[in-house]
Design a protein around this ligand. Structure first.
Ligand code: HEC
Length: 151
């Protein structure tokens, strides 16, 4: 057996073995009373847009795409979810202090405005999560009106 074949076989074996290590799934509850949509009224459009573009990493209910069952993509998504939820958990928005809610709403607007969210590494493979111009406008208008109501 040549060296190249050996290396290839080892890589295949490693790939097969890492499939056994699935990350725990982040989908505890469909929607709880602490969800941001229960804290601030939003239209079905706003809700659907947040779900499509933000909830996968910023909530307790990720909608898992098929490739998330393949490692190392699943691990990669899991680490985003973990980090994303630390920064902002839309499923637990009610639990935030008034001050934190305000700061989260502000950084949501900023991240949408500057295009840093949703992460481009994610929309690259998950095209459906991309925000179109009208989605961006919709979300920003809604965030603006919520922020105005808090002052
Ligand atoms: C693929 C996962 C993923 C998606 C989808 C995603 N985010 Fe994030 N988000 C992260 C990660 C990871 C972080 C923490 C690291 C960072 O800031 O880059 C983060 C951080 C943030 C922060 C905190 C930034 C700061 O500087 O305080 C905000 C606000 C945010 N995201 C809003 C959003 C909004 C709004 C959407 C939808 C339009 C969204 N994210 C979609 C993964 C994601």
């Amino acid at each position: 057996m040549g060296l190249k074949t050996k290396i290839l076989l080892i890589l295949v074996a490693v790939f097969v073995v890492i499939q056994l290590f699935q990350s725990p799934k982040n989908n505890t509850a469909p929607e709880t009373s602490a969800d941001i949509s229960r804290v601030y009224p939003m239209s079905p459009n706003v809700k659907a847009t947040l779900r499509k573009s933000c909830y996968d990493c910023h909530s307790n209910s990720t909608h898992y795409p098929w490739y998330s069952y393949i490692q190392p993509f699943g691990w990669w998504l899991s680490s985003h979810i973990e980090e994303g939820k630390e920064e902002l958990n839309l499923s637990q928005f009610k639990d935030y202090s008034a001050r934190r809610r305000k700061s989260r709403l502000k950084s949501m607007a900023e991240s949408i405005e500057d295009g840093s969210m949703p992460l481009s590494s994610y929309t690259f493979i998950h095209n459906g999560a991309k925000l179109r111009d009208q989605d961006r406008k919709l979300l920003l208008n809604w965030i603006d009106s919520v922020r105005a109501s808090l002052n």
